[in-house]
Write a protein that binds this ligand. Structure first.
Ligand SMILES: Nc1ncnc2c1ncn2[C@@H]1O[C@H](COP(=O)(O)OP(=O)(O)OP(=O)(O)O)[C@@H](O)[C@H]1O
Ligand SMILES: [Mg+2]
Length: 394
C-alpha cells in the first residue's frame, strides 16, 4: 500500500536532535521551542517503522491532548486501532504508540519499548525514581533509546541528566535551545515576554537556563541580599493588609519611604477584632486592604471610620502586575524585607499557564499572605512616589 504522510519539516534545532545517534538524548529547551512537535514527529516515524514507542507526559490530561494531536497527523489508512481510554494507537505496520503519565508509573510494568519520549521531563514528580525504577527497565528488551525533553525547572534530576549528557557520559547527549531557536515564533513576541516576566522566570522559561530555586520569581540571591534583621525605624508610609480568609493569617506589612519594611504584624483573629486592630493603625499612613471577596465587606466597614484607607482587589491581571513590580523592585534592591517575608518569598512560585499567562502563588502547603501584603504596600508606595499622594500629608 502506498500512503502519503506529510509531517512538519523540522527546524534546524530540531534537526540537530534528529541527527544525533546518542541512545539517551536530553534536550533542555525554552518554551515554544517545538519540543512537543519534534517528540510527535519522532513518535510517528517510529511507529511507521513498526516500533513500539511510549510518549510520557507529567499528567493524563496532557496525554489526552497529545493523543488527539498525533492522531490528526497519521493517515487514517495506517491506523489499526486508536483507544481513547487507554491512549494507545496501533498501526497496520505493527508499530504502537502508548501514552503514559508520570502520575501512573505502575502502567510501565511488563511493558517494553524501542523508544521512550519524556515530554516536560522536569515536571515529572520524582523523575529519578520514575526513570530508574519504572521507565528504564522497559528499554532493556529492545536495547531501546530515550529522549528527555523539557524546559528546565530548577536544578533537579532533569538538570543532572542534562549535565551527564554534556560530558557525553554513558550514551547520553545533551542539547540546549532557547525559544529564539524556533524560527516559527516571532522574536518580537519573546522580547515582549522578557519585559513582562521576572528575570529569573524569563531566563528559565525562554532561555532554558535553570533557576537556582525551581520556579521562584524572586531569585534566592535577591532575597538574601535584601533581608533585614531589624525593622526600619523610619516612619511607615504604606501598610498592605492581606485579610486572613479561610483560616489564614491576616498580615500587615508596612514600608517606609525608602521601601524598607518598618511595620509587621501577623495574626489570626475573628473579623471584629481584626477590624478593631486596623482602626487603631496611625492615620498618617495609607492602609491598603485586600478587598477581594469577603474582604469587600470588611473594607466597607473600615472605610466609614478609618482615615487614609483604600481597597485593592486581586484579579488575574492585578495580582501578577503587583507581584511583578515587587520582583523588579527586589532585583533593584529597592525593597527590604524581614525574615518572615523572606521565608515566604523563598517558597513563592510562578506558573506559566497554557495560555501564556503567568500565575503566582505559594508552593502548595505554604502561605503567601505576607508576600501579597507586601506587594500591595509596594504598589501603593510607588503610586504615591509617582503622584505625590496626598495621603502623605495626613
Ligand atoms: N518544525 C516546525 N514547523 C512548523 N511549526 C513548528 C515547528 N516546530 C514547532 N512549530 C510550532 O511552534 C509552536 C510551538 O511548538 P510546540 O508546541 O511543539 O513547542 P513546545 O516547546 O512543546 O511548547 P511548550 O513549551 O508550550 O510545551 C507551535 O505552534 C508549533 O506548531
Ligand atoms: Mg510542549
Amino acid at each position: 500500500m502506498n500512503v502519503q504522510i506529510t509531517l512538519p519539516k523540522p527546524h534546524p534545532g530540531q534537526q540537530k536532535v534528529l541527527d544525533s545517534k546518542a541512545r539517551f538524548k536530553v534536550i533542555s529547551a525554552g518554551r515554544r521551542f517545538g519540543k512537543s512537535l519534534i517528540s510527535q514527529v519522532i513518535s510517528i516515524i517510529g511507529i511507521i517503522n513498526a516500533k513500539h514507542i511510549a510518549y510520557v507526559t507529567p499528567t493524563y490530561a496532557l496525554s489526552k491532548i497529545f493523543f488527539q494531536d498525533i492522531l490528526k497527523l497519521i493517515p487514517v489508512k495506517l491506523i489499526k486501532s486508536a483507544n481513547k481510554t487507554d491512549l494507545v494507537i496501533t498501526l497496520i505496520t505493527g508499530g504502537s504508540l502508548s501514552f503514559l503519565t508520570g502520575e501512573r508509573l505502575d502502567n510501565f510494568r511488563g511493558r517494553k519499548f524501542h523508544t521512550v519520549i519524556i515530554d516536560e521531563a522536569s515536571y515529572i514528580p520524582d523523575l529519578e525514581s520514575a526513570w530508574l525504577n519504572s521507565i528504564r527497565p522497559t528499554l532493556t528488551d529492545y536495547k531501546g533509546n530515550a529522549l528527555f525533553i523539557s524546559t528546565p525547572r530548577g536544578k533537579n534530576y532533569f538538570y543532572a541528566l542534562y549535565n551527564k549528557g554534556l560530558n557525553k557520559e554513558d550514551g547520553y547527549e545533551s542539547f540546549h535551545f532557547t525559544t529564539y531557536d524556533n524560527p516559527h515564533i516571532s522574536a518580537d513576541e519573546i522580547d515582549l515576554a522578557r519585559l513582562e516576566l521576572p528575570d529569573a522566570a524569563f531566563k528559565q522559561e525562554y532561555l532554558a537556563e535553570p533557576g537556582e530555586n525551581t520556579n521562584n520569581p524572586f531569585g534566592t540571591q535577591n532575597i538574601i541580599d535584601n533581608t533585614i534583621t531589624t525593622l526600619s525605624q523610619k516612619e511607615t508610609k504604606v501598610i498592605g493588609i492581606d485579610l486572613g480568609k479561610h483560616n489564614d493569617y491576616t498580615v500587615l506589612c508596612g514600608l517606609d519611604e525608602d521601601g524598607a519594611m518598618s511595620y509587621f504584624e501577623r495574626f489570626k483573629n475573628p473579623w471584629s477584632l481584626t477590624i478593631e486592630r486596623i482602626k487603631m493603625l496611625p492615620s498618617y499612613c495609607l492602609k491598603v486592604v485586600d478587598s477581594t471577596g469577603v474582604g469587600d465587606a470588611v473594607f466597607e466597614q473600615l472605610s466609614t471610620t478609618c482615615h487614609n484607607i483604600t481597597g485593592f482587589k486581586f484579579t488575574s491581571t492585578s495580582k501578577p502586575q503587583i507581584v511583578m513590580e515587587l520582583v523588579k523592585d527586589l532585583e533593584l534592591s529597592k525593597i527590604k524585607v524581614n525574615e518572615v517575608t523572606a521565608n515566604e518569598m523563598a517558597v513563592f512560585e510562578y506558573k506559566i499557564q497554557p495560555s501564556g499567562h503567568i500565575k503566582y502563588e505559594a508552593q502548595s502547603g505554604f502561605h503567601d499572605d505576607t508576600v501579597m501584603a507586601l506587594a500591595m504596600a509596594n504598589h501603593y508606595l510607588k503610586q504615591a512616589a509617582l503622584s505625590n499622594y496626598a495621603g502623605w500629608l495626613y
